[in-house]
Write a protein that binds this ligand. Structure first.
Ligand SMILES: Nc1ncnc2c1ncn2[C@@H]1O[C@H](COP(=O)(O)OP(=O)(O)O)[C@@H](O)[C@H]1O
Ligand SMILES: [Mg+2]
Length: 340
């Protein structure tokens, strides 16, 4: 299923506040890390994102682009000592940052869930994994003990853990990395959250296991009609898995489009380079890794100008805005590429 931007745009056009119809909308988000000396470093800068209910937005960027900072900021907990200094985050039509800490916590457990890598670090080593999943269902769905256990078993089946009855009683250290990651996903999805963030959650796993887990996650999000922000360093994965794809660099979204538009007609020089880097062309890939720098110390002009093969004087002087070119295909570039 490819998310039909036009259809949704027209469905929403008559509504008073279209932002509030999205599962998640972010406007003009800025997150800073204070430094001991001098100006703070800006990890996220004037970032806008929209995710429609039930759809998956892929967020691609190299290491240091600000993906984890964004994921944690959506939960209103940027990594310390980071601070959200500007912007709005609407979750299911509610301004998340206006809620009390208690209300936010309830939302985080039930409606908003995050899956991170290193599954063993997420699991309690002293409690059987089935019980950990059941506890979450008991607390947030107010199920009794039996129903919660049945629900946990059902989730282990859904994430395709072999012999789920037995695995209910297993401890984290008795599971392989792939199994433990499935358990963490089962835990994240047990309350049928409206919104799931996956932050590089499958990157440590081998490719076949990764593919299986992604398929399961996609199926579950469709079944439960949950929206997802799927964060990865690998643009290739988003081609199979996401409805729309956003490309992030130095804390900014440089391009966002439907999956088809992005892969068939990328417009930002960075997106094109990212695609080349993940192609089978070893020389391109190596060149890209050599030039990858990350970091977000901001100068005037476009954040990508220093690395952009097409940069002109204007790019060094003036920061481009994220502009909608057509049908929800937006690019932050003074000179979008016509034909890649
Ligand atoms: N706890 C922290 N303290 C200071 N700077 C941080 C911290 N976490 C992240 N940063 C900075 O924010 C930027 C984005 O980091 P991060 O969100 O982890 O990127 P990604 O997840 O895309 O690899 C980086 O430049 C990084 O140095
Ligand atoms: Mg990260």
């Amino acid at each position: 299923m490819v998310f039909d931007m036009n259809k949704n745009a027209s469905l929403r056009s008559g509504l008073p506040d279209p932002l509030k119809r999205n599962a998640l909308s972010i406007r003009d988000l800025r997150v800073e890390f204070p430094k001991a000396m001098g100006a703070p470093s800006v990890a996220i800068n004037s970032l806008d994102i929209d995710i429609a209910p039930g759809s998956i937005l892929g967020l691609v960027g190299e290491s240091g682009a600000g993906k984890t900072t964004l994921a944690r900021s959506i939960l209103n907990h940027p990594p310390a000592p980071g601070r959200i200094t500007n912007g709005k985050i609407w979750f299911d039509g509610v301004d998340l940052r206006q809620l009390s800490e208690g209300e936010q916590q309830r939302k985080r457990g039930r409606d908003l869930s995050i899956v991170v890598p290193n599954p063993r670090g997420e699991l309690n080593p002293l409690i059987p994994v089935g019980e950990q999943i059941a506890t979450r269902a008991r607390v947030h769905l107010k199920l009794d003990k039996r129903a919660a256990r049945a629900k946990a078993l059902d989730m282990l089946r859904k994430v395709q853990i072999p012999d789920p009855e037995r695995r209910m009683n297993a401890y984290a250290h008795e599971l392989s990395g792939g199994m433990a990651q499935r358990v963490v996903i089962a835990m994240a999805l047990v309350c049928s959250p409206r919104f799931v963030i996956s932050d590089d959650a499958t990157s440590g796993l081998d490719v076949t296991v990764q593919a299986q887990i992604l398929k399961t996650m996609r199926q579950l999000s469709q079944e439960q009609d949950s929206a997802m922000l799927f964060i990865t360093r690998d643009i290739g994965i988003t081609a199979h898995f996401c409805d729309r794809v956003a490309v992030m660099y130095a804390g900014e979204v440089l391009e966002v489009a439907s999956r088809n538009a992005l892969f068939l007609r990328p417009r930002h020089p960075y997106t094109i380079m990212l695609m080349a880097a993940f192609s089978h062309n070893a020389k391109l890939r190596n060149d890209w890794h050599r030039s990858a720098s990350g970091g977000a110390d901001r100068k005037s002009g476009c954040c990508y100008a220093d690395r952009c093969p097409m940069a002109q004087q204007k790019c060094r002087e003036q920061a481009p805005a994220l502009a909608d070119l057509a049908d929800g295909h937006s690019v932050r570039c003074h000179f979008p590429v016509e034909r890649a």
